[in-house]
Design a protein around this ligand. Sequence first.
Ligand code: NDP
Ligand code: 2IT
Length: 446
Amino acid sequence: MHDRLTPVFEEVVRRNPGEAEFHQAVREVLESLGPVVSKHPHYADAAIIRRMCEPERQIIFRVPWVDDAGEVQLNRGFRVEFNSALGPYKGGLRFHPSVYLGIVKFLGFEQIFKNSLTGMPIGGGKGGSDFDPKGRSDAEVMRFCQSFMTELYRHIGEYTDVPAGDIGVGGRELGYLFGQYKRITNQYESGVLTGKGLTWGGSQVRTEATGYGTVFFVDEMLKRRGRSLDGVKTVVSGSGNVAIYAAEKVYQLGGRVIAMSDSSGYVVDEDGIDLYLMKDIKEKRRGRVSDYVDERGGGARLVTGGSVWDVPCDVALPCATQNELTAEDAASLIRNGVVAVAEGANMPCTPDAVRAFQDAGVAFAPGKAANAGGVATSALEMQQNASRDSWNFAYTEERLHVIMRDIHERCAATAEEYGAPGNYVVGANISGFTKVADAMIAFGVI
Ligand code: NDP
Ligand code: 2IT
């Protein structure tokens, strides 16, 4: 790490004890910024980078709610408003039992650079709760969401902070959240949330955007290497929103998805995962990948224990959660001849896994570039809401495609400019950083 950045990192660790994921995300960015600080030392002045590592505002609140048995349940809610240099805070809400301040801060920090990379006017933020929607009835999820929004509403707004979905927060949750916001404020403020339903202000392609965008990015990386997705064997981890639409776009571009997973195990189907069935199980019935194997029959098999990354493939798309792909997994993917890896999830590869891919010459796309299509399409949703317009699917998808090509181009060109050709991590971090830093410098000390 550059010697002007080491003290910044040490301060982050000291001031944010016990937040391992946040430290990991900050370290990765700071390790990339050496060349930019050497070339343009003013970026290390005026505590710009120190300020960037300190959230502008952090909100933690109590979320009490009543379960179906009439018992009072208690969860903790978070919203970290990290950086508003480029626009209103923007980023999803995650509902998962593992959520604590360190997870929300790592996600919020990543979001600053990701949102900058999209080229859209959006700052960075993230929120969520340790609430676990699994096994809860619709009525319980509704009561939880209403209680969560009863506090959150005073902190958000079209021009202030615009949440969306993430793990455990999809169309159902956003509906309950928007309904409660609308009721409390007595305003139909469409631009306050994104990922809304298509009949109440949502955008075409937002549901598909993160997964589609990730695969558009892979397509660009492969093109650079004179290859395409045609006939390519792909493994996708997870089977949620990002995973399902990454798989769908792989099929549309001629590839085949042979394995997917959830937290209970993974399914291998060498004939190609039947996405119609997987969607029905995951999106409609909220089932498990084991249901897929039971219903699909044929050669599909379920593996519990072990790692989905043991399945040989050409392209690997980690689309579940942070640190799900370790150095050991990277070694087995490399041994099996993987050509490209793109992070559909946020920080799914551990730092030593990333290094292993780069050392082995595997094309590696970091989440803040590869999965930026989701938030970029959220910004397109905000645009449509602001102009009271709604665009069709083909037009919106083309906008997403152009944005992903631009992000790829910007990362590749920046990596080249700073002496790290082909290193998309360096390219994404430097390119995302300079735009935010320039705005912060323009604003003075705030
Ligand atoms: P979903 O809740 O729709 O799906 C999450 C998937 O990951 C599920 O299959 C889930 O399995 C699995 N998973 C979650 N946590 C764990 C865990 N601790 N261990 C093993 N498996 C786990 O979430 P999304 O698809 O929206 O999000 C997936 C990733 O993509 C996250 O990292 C998110 O931050 C990132 N992302 C999402 C965007 C979006 O627009 N939704 C945009 C950009 C990034 P199970 O059901 O068994 O828990
Ligand atoms: O991690 C992410 O970029 C998201 N969960 C999407 C955020 C958004 O505001 O659409």
